[in-house]
Each structure stands twice: as structure tokens, then as C-alpha cells.
Design a protein. Sequence first.
Length: 284
Amino acid sequence: MQAYITLKNGMQMPRLGMGTWFLGENRSTRAQEIAALRAGLDAGMQLIDTAEMYGNGLSEQLIGEAIQGYNRENLFLVSKVYPHNAGKRGMQKSIDQSLKSLRTDYLDLYLLHWRGNIPLSETVECMEELVAQGKIKSWGVSNFDVSDMKELLRVPNGGNCMVNQVLYHLGSRGVEYELLPWLTEHQIPLMAYCPLAQAGDLRRGLLNNEVLRQVAQKYQISVLQLLLAFVLHHENVIAIPRSSRREHVLENWKVREISLTDEDFDAVNRAFPAPKWRVPLDIV
């Protein structure tokens, strides 16, 4: 697996990182979650994704504590702004709060979490201002379908969008019909959240499928690791599996060493085929 993907502005973004949805919300598991994040960092993972929405900032605070003592320049931190804050009245306050919680003075990537009522032109203008201020190095979007992306690129400076983060896993492949090819054509990586289908909860039958079990056994990996390898098989995809346990984080990190053969990829592809028609964007 290629370790990095080059964004349009020349930045090198890791293709495999750590998601943090629901992390930081439970005091009883805080030490365990910090240990999991630090295990990933110690192993070589650099990318951490969060959002101001996650636990109303608790996830960002957890990460802020976990990254203390690590070289900030070696990290790639991503957060997301609420749609209702993604304008002139709220963007500066949101980014300042996120930076304070994360205990850093800049983000590598800042995303609009999903579309809201604030015009895209205003959001883009605010994002560009944050870049000029040095508070973020780049910006992107999340949960945007093709029509949204086309509208975004018609906005002044909309082409500076570096990433689109959407739901993508073996059991939810609708993005492959139109969105992923469109993003690839426009040199915008797809950042896959829930690439493990939340341990299979988002699609029944994934973890117990005999074909997936056989392919995973061939590589001496788990079915969950196979799900991650499948998503990363496409060179324009970045994945941020979430885990609150050290051992699971390290299992995810091992997937970078796995390269599925065409034969095995085709077998997995046939077991859970992509739709042959356009379907609405899957959102969790």
C-alpha cells in the first residue's frame, strides 16, 4: 500500500489513520482510549481525524491530551466544523475552540462536516481566510455527493477543496458508481469513514461471510482487516478506522503491509458487489 497521497496543494497526507467518533465521551475508558491513540502514534500512524461535533469537543480534548510529547510536525490532524458554524459568524470561533482543545496552533485539514444553510461561497471564503491566517493548512468537505461537489467547484476558490470524507466500506459501495470516479478525475481523495462498517454493524453478514473468511485466512488476517484492505485497494482512498483499544489500532496499522491479489480482490468484489446504478449517498 502506498503510504501517502499527494494533495493538490502538494501536501503529503497519510492514507491510513485513526478515527475518533465516540472517543472521549466516557471517563471510565479515557485512559484506554489515550493508550490506543498513543499506540498508533508510536507505531507510526500520523493521521488523526475528529470533529467539533464528537462529544461536543470531548474527542478533540482527548486527542489534545494524547498527542502531548509528540512532534507536532509529524502529525496530520483533521477536524470538522458544524454546518451552522461554517460561516462568517461562527467559523473563527469554531476553529479557535478546536485548536484550543487539540492543544495545537494549526490543523492540517479542516472539513465542512456536511452541507447546511450557509452558502458554499461563504464557507469557502472563510476556509481560505483560515489558510491565510495559518490556522489551517488545507480544507475540504464531508458527506458531499457528486452534485454537491460540482456546485462547490463552481464557487470561487472551490477548487481548493482537498478531500471529501464520506461513508465507504465493503457493504456500502455506492460511492464507486459515480462519486469515487469523479473525485479521482478531479484529483480529490476520498476519505473513508467507518471503513470497518462499525465492526460489521452497518451491514449484516460481512463478518460471517465464508468468502471473506477464506480470503482473510489466506493472508492470516481477520475479516475486519480484510475490509480495511479492500477500501485501501483503491489508490485515491484514505481510511480512518476508529478503535478505542490498543490491540485493534495495531491490527489496523498492519493492513498497510497487505496487498490483495487481483484474484482475491475479485472474490471479495463478487461476494459484496457494488451497485450498477446510482444510489443516494450513505450517511451515518
